[in-house]
Design a protein around this ligand. Structure first.
Ligand SMILES: CC(C)(COP(=O)(O)OP(=O)(O)OC[C@H]1O[C@@H](n2cnc3c(N)ncnc32)[C@H](O)[C@@H]1OP(=O)(O)O)[C@@H](O)C(=O)NCCC(=O)NCCS
Length: 337
């Protein structure tokens, strides 16, 4: 049935309606994964503030779908400003009790209008799929989107088995003579900042992107600092480990831990520069950051990571550490017009 008796209004982080906007996300996440705490409202608020700050690498806007005075649907549109000028990233969620009434479709149509007004002609959206038959997949297919990338979610229950970790470390050390492992928290050391920017840029081309219509991102030292500040503002702390050769950072990995519920950490980016692959540096930095995690944040009970199955080296490292499959994330796109 499509009647959509909703009214769409623009909302920002300081509007009264924003709490309702966040509550829609919470309810949608709990419906999909009842055993997991949803993303806290403060995280959405911090992201929303970043999007309206001038000079950032991303812009964006939010819409709430109102049924009477209640927010029943939520849209966030993200617009990359330094690169990828033709795409817009879309997040849509609808209160479970208000689904199958056209609210999601109304928000998606609005996303298309806003994106087109900003000169974008491709929409991209991510779907969490804990199991088969998610509403999001049916919705995306209904709207003619194509699934361009599938990533398996894997979770690692902590503490890591000491035998596995020690074996991985020993192998990785033996294969990586001449590389030094360094670690830091929240702020990349100044001396490694330019290298970190290059690694981030390579991440945008070297990690598998399937058929997604995205191109290389443009990163410099300022963008790394912007990214670090944004993550902290969202209430997370980030533990990082890197591999250094001749004073240059050639590999890194990040773990994000939400400070208000540190039981569940998220794996961030991991990259080894192409010219330094084959020395087990991916395994080495991941093992190093796990040691840091155990020492600094022993409250973390679980780490979640997402990998394309085609990313065999990364999947192999994760499996060696004991990560187990926990659903998938799919990434979809649709051309406007
Ligand atoms: C996906 C979601 C946004 C859909 O919202 P909605 O308001 O129910 O969507 P609509 O009513 O506009 O659905 C349009 C069509 O999509 C398809 N569809 C949507 N949900 C479906 C479901 N659970 N099962 C089968 N088909 C579904 C149907 O074809 C539907 O048309 P119909 O009801 O006339 O058969 C909502 O289920 C949700 O919030 N899910 C969690 C977050 C998410 O996955 N977001 C998608 C990211 S883009």
């Amino acid at each position: 049935m499509t009647c959509s008796p909703v009214r769409l209004v623009e909302v920002g982080p300081d509007d009264d309606l924003f709490a309702g906007w966040c509550a829609v996300w919470s309810a949608a996440q709990v419906a999909d994964r009842p055993d997991e705490a949803p993303r806290p409202a403060a995280d959405h608020v911090a992201l929303a503030r970043q999007l309206v700050e001038p000079g950032g690498s991303r812009g964006g806007t939010h819409r709430a779908a109102l049924a009477g005075a209640d927010v029943v649907g939520a849209l966030r549109l993200l617009l990359p400003l330094l690169d990828n000028p033709t795409v817009a990233f879309v997040d849509v969620a609808v209160q479970p009790a208000h689904r199958r009434r056209g609210v999601g479709s109304a928000l998606l149509a609005e996303a298309g209008r806003i994106a087109a007004a900003h000169g974008r002609d491709e929409l991209i959206a991510e779907l969490d799929e804990p199991g088969p038959g998610t509403a999001g997949r049916a919705f995306a297919e209904h709207h003619g989107w194509s699934c361009d990338l599938l990533e398996t979610r894997r979770d690692l229950v902590l503490p890591v088995d000491e035998g596995r970790l020690a074996a991985l470390e020993a192998e990785a050390r033996a294969a990586g003579h001449g590389y030094e492992v360094v670690s830091w928290r929240d702020r990349t050391p100044d001396a490694l900042l330019a290298d970190r920017a290059l690694l981030e840029q390579r991440m945008s081309t070297d990690a598998p992107h399937g058929d997604l219509p995205v191109g290389e991102e443009r990163w410099d030292a300022d963008r790394v600092r912007e990214h670090e500040a944004a993550v902290l503002a969202r209430g997370r702390t980030v533990l990082s480990a890197g591999a250094v050769r001749d004073g240059r950072l050639v590999a890194f990995t990040d773990l994000h831990v939400p400070l208000d519920r540190p039981e569940r950490a998220q794996q961030g980016a991991t990259l080894v520069l192409r010219e330094h692959r084959g020395h087990r540096l991916g395994a080495r930095v991941k093992a190093a950051v796990l040691r840091e995690l155990a020492a600094q944040l022993p409250q973390v009970r679980r780490i979640t990571t997402y990998n394309a199955e085609s990313n065999t080296p990364m999947v192999a490292v994760n499996q060696a550490l004991g990560f187990e499959p926990a659903g998938q994330m799919s990434v979809w796109s649709r051309r406007l017009s």
